[in-house]
Ligand binder design. Structure first.
Ligand SMILES: [Ca+2]
Ligand SMILES: [Ca+2]
Length: 257
C-alpha cells in the first residue's frame, strides 16, 4: 500500500516537470478597422445648390461606401462641415488592454451658403482580425451600423448625434482553433439621454448608445474595443489529473483484491 502511494506521488511529481504547453489561445492579433458611409440623406438646397462631396470610396463587408462626406461652402472652413474616417491597423491582445484608436473626425460648422446639407446616414464599421505572424490567412470580420443625425442648431440640444443601430451587434463571438473569443465595442459608447433625442424628434426605442459631436469645432472620436477569451486549462493539467485519477482507481482495486 505505502509503496503504491509513493509510486503515485512519484508519477504526479514527474508529470509536473513536463514542459508546459504554450497558451492555448491566440495572444496577438493584427487588426484592420475601417468605417464609411454606406448611405445618407440630404436636404436639397435647390437647383443651384452646392452638392455634397462623397470622397475616398471604400468597400465595407461587400457594400460600397465613402470614408468622407463634405457639405457647405468649399472655400470657407467655418462654413463647411465634413465627416471622415481613417482606416487604422494595429495589434490587439487577447485579454489585454482595451484598444483605443482615434479614427473618426467631424468638422461640425454651421452651413451658411446655399448648399445641400447632410441630415443623416448609415456608418458601417468593419473590424478584421487575423492571428499575428501566422501563415494562416484566416480572419474574422464584424460589421455594425450607426445612424447619424445633423440636429438643428436652434433647439435646446444642438450637438449632432450618432447612435448604434443595434447595441447587440457591438459584441460578437467567433471560434478559432476550437477556442471561443469575444470582441466588444461597448467601451466606445455613451448613453445618450432620451430628452436629447426627443428635443430633435429622433424616434428611438430603448437605451440609445452612441456619441455626440459639438458644433463649431473639429471633433475627434475614439473607437475602443477589447478581445477576450475564457481561460483554457493547460494540457499538462489534464495529464496530471488523468494519471492521478487512474492511479487512485488502480489503488482502490488493488486494496479490495
Ligand atoms: Ca452640425
Ligand atoms: Ca446640430
Amino acid at each position: 500500500m505505502n509503496r503504491a502511494i509513493t509510486c503515485i506521488f512519484a508519477v504526479l511529481i514527474w508529470t509536473c516537470t513536463l514542459p508546459v504547453a504554450a497558451s492555448a489561445f491566440v495572444v496577438d492579433w493584427d487588426y484592420t478597422l475601417d468605417y464609411g458611409f454606406t448611405s445618407w440623406t440630404i436636404d436639397e438646397g435647390g437647383s443651384s445648390a452646392l452638392p455634397i462631396l462623397a470622397e475616398d470610396p471604400v468597400t465595407l463587408a461587400g457594400d460600397s461606401g465613402y470614408r468622407q462626406l463634405t457639405w457647405g461652402d468649399p472655400v470657407n472652413d467655418d462654413a463647411r462641415s465634413s465627416i471622415w474616417f481613417e482606416r487604422k491597423v494595429g495589434t490587439a491582445q487577447t485579454n489585454g488592454p482595451i484598444v483605443d484608436v482615434i479614427n473618426m473626425f467631424h468638422d461640425n460648422y454651421p452651413i451658411w451658403s446655399t448648399s445641400d446639407i447632410l441630415t443623416g446616414g448609415v456608418v458601417r464599421s468593419v473590424l478584421t482580425l487575423s492571428p499575428s505572424g501566422s501563415a494562416d490567412e484566416e480572419s474574422f470580420t464584424t460589421t455594425f451600423d450607426f445612424f447619424f443625425w445633423e440636429t438643428l442648431n436652434d433647439g435646446s440640444y444642438q450637438d449632432d448625434i450618432f447612435l448604434v443601430a443595434s447595441i447587440a451587434d457591438a459584441e460578437f463571438d467567433f471560434l478559432y482553433d476550437g477556442i471561443e473569443y469575444m470582441v466588444s465595442f461597448l467601451p466606445s459608447f455613451d448613453l445618450v439621454p432620451t430628452e436629447n433625442l426627443v428635443d430633435n424628434n429622433i424616434p428611438w426605442q430603448g437605451p440609445a448608445f452612441g456619441w455626440t459631436t459639438v458644433e463649431e469645432q473639429r471633433n475627434e472620436e475614439h473607437t475602443k474595443f477589447q478581445v477576450t477569451a475564457a481561460p483554457v486549462p493547460e494540457p499538462s493539467t489534464f495529464i496530471v489529473f488523468g494519471i492521478g485519477l487512474l492511479s487512485l482507481i488502480a489503488l482502490r482495486r488493488r486494496s479490495r483484491s
